[in-house]
Write a protein that binds this ligand. Structure first.
Ligand code: F6R
Length: 257
């Protein structure tokens, strides 16, 4: 695990974008795993900039998103499908057929989840997966207590997550109760992971993920078992990590573990 501590959100976004762009230039047909939420927005903005200014080519890429709410069509403004189109896909040259976001409207959800897993395999597996982290240590919609070997499946959202996400809906009751999410085992199969976090609200989660015990109570702690993970945080999100010295972010500190 490489923990990279940067000065601010802008810098973590650029650092992550450089890694994605580098992998894409080396392997133009790479399989890229993507996340939603506020954290990766800066990364997507920077990838769009690199695409427009430096010609970063997405024409051969295949993408798989982590998750989607059950019951929301792609046209719903809070669906993750909609989010991805607005914040990334419509700004780059990725072909429509290469985009995979779980189908929250699937009639046979279990069948869909099996198909999603098979599709990832058919494309050779995910090369690089982008992840955010919840304040409670969740990754994708794998809440505390999720099986560490889990695959893509339907999960019941916790009250806490529905409450947190209520700000995007008209109220908590509007927040879907279920979501399709890649499992922890699915995420662990990716060849490389980038976990991003910003702000003091994520400091405990990052501490638990990078240095705490490996436990399903903090699903993100499973990255300690992964062979190649970048944890890229700003100084606030990294504030509780041991091994950092005051002001370490000034030199774009990297903690190799
Ligand atoms: C999104 C996802 C979630 C978020 C997490 C952090 O696809 O899987 O696990 O990464 O909830 O969300 P933000 O970035 O909004 O703090």
């Amino acid at each position: 695990m490489l923990v990279i501590v940067k000065k601010n959100y802008d810098e973590i976004s650029k650092e992550a974008a450089q890694i994605v762009a580098d992998r894409l230039r080396r392997k133009p047909n790479m399989v890229l795993g993507l996340a939603t939420g506020s954290t990766p927005l800066g990364l997507y903005k920077e990838l769009i900039r690199i695409h427009k200014k430096e010609g970063l080519d997405f024409s051969k890429v295949t993408t798989f998103n982590l998750d989607e709410y059950v019951g929301l069509p792609p046209t719903h403004r809070q669906s993750y499908n909609y989010f991805m189109y607005q914040n990334l896909f419509k700004h780059i040259n990725i072909p429509q057929h290469a985009i995979h976001v779980p189908d929250g409207m699937a009639h046979d959800i279990d069948g869909f989840c099996d198909w999603y897993e098979q599709e990832m395999q058919r494309f050779g597996g995910i090369d690089l997966q982008v992840l955010g982290i919840g304040a409670n240590g969740h990754v994708a919609f794998n809440e505390p207590g999720s099986s560490l070997g889990s695959r893509t499946r339907v999960k019941t959202l916790t009250q806490e997550t529905r409450q947190n996400n209520a700000r995007f809906f008209k109220g908590k009751e509007e927040v879907p109760r279920y979501a399709i999410t890649m499992g922890i085992g699915t995420i662990m199969d990716a060849k490389e992971l980038i976990m991003l976090a910003t702000g003091s609200g994520k400091a405990d989660a990052i501490k638990a993920a990078a240095e705490g015990p490996l436990t399903s109570q903090c699903p993100a702690s499973v990255v300690q078992l992964h062979r190649k993970t970048f944890v890229i945080v700003d100084k606030e999100a990294g504030a509780k990590l041991t091994g950092l010295y005051p002001g370490s972010w000034k030199s774009s500190f990297t903690l190799a573990r």
